[in-house]
Write a protein that binds this ligand. Structure first.
Ligand code: F3S
Length: 750
């Protein structure tokens, strides 16, 4: 028995790209990279003038460049535009969807993780859209090597297996706090893999047809190997190892998305041709060369693809996820004429091998048998043109012997009047719900198609930012239930709020905006999240807030927390740091000396770094510097009090207030002659003095203690520094006034 997979051959995206090139054959076009992973197809295109270039720079003058279904990075489009090169973008829409998602993530400042092969063209293209911070992981070791990430949008190469996707999402939880999965495995790939796995479970031998460069073909091979021992990956029928197959074997044929139908057909036909040889257990097995030469005969028979063409079979919907392929599983034991002939009379079979016309008849018999298999099925999607509209139904010509009837009740998910929406001649897709409505017509439903399309759209929106409105129906265990677009939906408690929710009942009757985080196809049930919406809103608010902060702006804030090095101040949703050194112009031992928790204060923004989410705040910058007030506070002739803070050979510095010192020159210390200042003063002494001169610009205040003392009878001996004017000291420049004048002079014992 030979089982040919229904989902074999070109997928929607590859077919689209190949068709795009085929329509322009003969024009000056080139493909950027091999159009598909199939050498025969690429060679055939080359022979027909479609060259393959590796870089945009290699495009010949005046050529149109085709971007293949794998897609390309934005830099490629930029390069094409910069050079004025025309291009045809054949990027598969499913891949485009990934580009859009990762681009949106990158624009929102979200990290992107791509699960796939780094060197695969699709992944290379996706990286380009995902921004510079994107990671690609293909092994669990690579996941383990990731840095710790707060939040990441995770996408997959379209052809990875569901199993790998689930495994990797679980493994990523150890590195990423908040994973936003975007289910990007192509549904065509999923179906193909699922079917291949099912065939592999029952087959003795599996033949995987497709290019060795093709990632999805290699994955089919690996998948089949899990349940079948004899799996052969071939690119061409000549690689078939018939000797390894036996009479009675179930042989499955599966093929990758870049395998042309003609190649699958060649393999299928070759197997059919040689099944007789298998039955004699190797005695009559033809060599592969002989078998290949037989193909010349086979080529003369009608093509299998013709048998399932639109003339015989109604059109199927273009959407690959809706596409129901015709019955292509051919059990040759059902082909009574063929199997009986081959099983019962080996001699006759041998004659037939040497008799081309007889073989032709046999082939035709087989194809007739195949045609019988080709039929409408319940659930199949068909396409046709409307031939009649009444108030009650719509009659559709679906290219079959009977017309299709869509009753009004099956026309739409909405309540519509057929004549208001449709016109005679309109094309319409519908699902077969009954092969005979009692009057020989085929009963169709457009409503079911709309429902499926709606479901597909909804599935595509899973993991995206698309918002849905819903009203919470009921609080149940672990969450709440609701309806979204007519489907049952569940919002887990953890997805209702940014905080833990104690009472779920409070949500009953509330209208919420949600995004979709999962869709259960079997039960047509959705899982939604309101938390994603709240998180996004929070981020947007934060972003706007950060953008509103400018260096130099005055802001009001409330002190939230004190540390040894400063205070964190909430300035309206964002915490800024007020460093201890920016609290006052004087030295502050501990922030609690200046501010306290809960204190409201006005501050100035010293610097903003939105990328690191850091704001430095200043308080002292809004206060006058002590020396700025000196001219107002101190005047020549004033009597002041202060503490001796430093003694130097030429005098004593007296602190009048923090950071404001005055100097009593040695000649002004006493009314008697002094050899040294210490003969009269000690550090820490409280002294009274008269202000002789104030020079705020130079931050100098000259003081005299002597002026307040009674005049000594004996004139004071000239000190070492006889005249005050003899002494000049220059202050080193300082930016801030948190030091006092005395700090610039060494202590006596320094
Ligand atoms: Fe597109 Fe899926 Fe094919 S992503 S290229 S339809 S395998």
């Amino acid at each position: 028995m030979i089982i040919l997979a229904k989902n074999a051959g070109f997928c929607f995206g590859v077919k689209r790209a190949v068709d795009a090139v085929e329509t322009h054959i003969g024009e000056n076009i080139v493909t950027l990279g091999p159009l598909i992973h199939n050498r025969d197809v690429v060679r055939s295109l080359e022979e027909r003038g479609v060259a393959c270039i590796e870089r945009v720079e290699d495009a010949p003058e005046g050529a149109t460049v085709v971007i293949r279904s794998h897609g390309a990075a934005p830099q490629v489009y930029d390069a094409l535009k910069a050079r004025g090169i025309a291009y045809i973008d054949a990027t598969c829409p499913f891949v485009k969807r990934i580009h859009e998602r990762v681009r949106a993530a990158a624009e929102a400042g979200q990290r992107v993780i791509i699960v796939g092969e780094k060197g695969h063209p699709e992944v290379i293209g996706t990286i380009g859209w995902a921004g510079s911070g994107a990671f690609v992981v293909n092994t669990e070791e690579e996941i383990a090597a990731l840095p710790h990430i707060d939040e990441a949008v995770v996408v997959a190469q379209t052809t990875i297996t569901q199993e790998k996707w689930e495994q990797f999402l679980a493994a990523l939880e150890s590195r990423v706090d908040h994973i936003i999965p975007f289910m990007s495995i192509c549904s065509a790939t999923q179906q193909r893999q699922k079917e291949a796995a099912e065939i592999a479970k029952i087959a003795d031998t599996i033949i995987v047809v497709g290019g060795r460069q093709s990632s999805n073909t290699r994955k089919l091979y690996e998948l089949c190997r899990k349940s079948c021992k004899n799996v052969y990956h071939i690119e061409h029928k000549s690689e078939l190892l018939l000797a390894k197959m036996h009479l009675g074997d179930i042989i499955g044929i599966v093929a990758g998305a870049s395998t042309p139908d003609s190649m699958i057909r060649e393999v299928f036909d070759y197997m059919m041709e040689n099944e007789k040889a298998l039955q004699v257990e190797g005695e009559g097995i033809p060599s592969q060369e002989t078998a290949a030469s037989d193909m010349a005969d086979i080529a003369a028979v009608p093509q299998m693809t013709e048998e399932v063409s639109v003339d015989k079979e109604p059109d199927v919907a273009l959407d690959p996820t809706l596409k129901e392929t015709v019955e292509a599983t051919v059990d040759t034991t059902n082909e009574q004429d063929v199997s009986e002939a081959t099983a019962t009379d080996a001699e006759e079979t041998a004659q037939a091998e040497n008799n081309a016309p007889a073989k032709q008849d046999e082939k035709n018999e087989f194809l007739e048998g195949l045609e019988k298999v080709v039929r409408l099925k319940k659930g199949q999607i068909v396409k046709g043109n409307i031939v009649q509209i009444t108030d009650e139904d719509v009659c559709v010509n679906i290219g079959y012997k009977s017309d299709g009837i869509i009753p009004k009740s099956e026309l739409s998910i909405h309540d519509i009047n057929p004549k208001d929406v449709y016109n005679v001649g309109d094309e319409i897709e519908a699902e077969v719900i009954n092969l005979n409505d009692g009057e020989g017509n085929i009963l169709l439903s457009r409503k079911r198609v709309e429902k499926k399309l709606n479901w597909i759209k909804i599935q595509q929106n899973v993991g995206t930012d698309i918002l849905y409105k819903c009203v919470v129906k009921k609080a149940v265990k672990g969450g709440v239930t609701t309806k979204i677009e007519g489907y049952n939906a569940f919002i887990p408690a953890s997805q209702l709020s940014l905080k833990y929710v104690e009472d779920l009942k409070q949500f009953e009757g509330q209208e919420l905006e949600v995004t979709l985080i999962d869709a259960d196809k079997k039960q047509e049930r959705l899982v939604a999240s309101h938390k994603t919406v709240l998180l996004k809103e929070k981020k947007e608010k934060e972003k706007a807030l950060w953008e509103s902060f400018k260096k130099g702006d005055r802001v009001k804030g409330v002190v939230k927390r004190l540390t040894d090095f400063g205070a964190f101040v909430d300035i309206g949703g964002v915490d800024g740091l007020l460093h201890v050194s920016d609290m006052a112009w004087v030295r502050v031992k501990h922030p609690s000396d200046v501010v306290s928790e809960g204190q409201e204060m006005e501050l100035v923004i010293l610097s903003v770094d939105p990328s690191k989410k850091k704001i430095a705040l200043g308080y002292k910058q809004l206060l006058p510097k002590p020396w700025d007030l000196v001219p107002e506070k101190y005047h020549a002739g004033d009597i002041v009090r202060g503490k001796v803070v430093r003694i130097v050979p030429f005098g004593a510095f007296v602190q009048l207030e923090p950071t404001v010192d005055g100097l009593i020159h040695i000649s002004q210390v006493s009314n008697r002659r002094l050899d040294k200042v210490e003969d009269e003063l000690r550090i820490g002494d409280e002294v009274e003095a008269k202000v002789l001169e104030v020079n705020a610009d130079k931050r100098k205040i000259s003081l005299s203690r002597r002026a307040l003392l009674p005049v000594e009878e004996r004139p004071a001996k000239k000190a070492n520094f006889e005249q005050e004017e003899d002494f000049h000291y220059e202050l080193p420049p300082v930016q801030e006034s948190t030091v006092s004048l005395a700090d610039f002079f060494p202590k006596k014992d320094d």
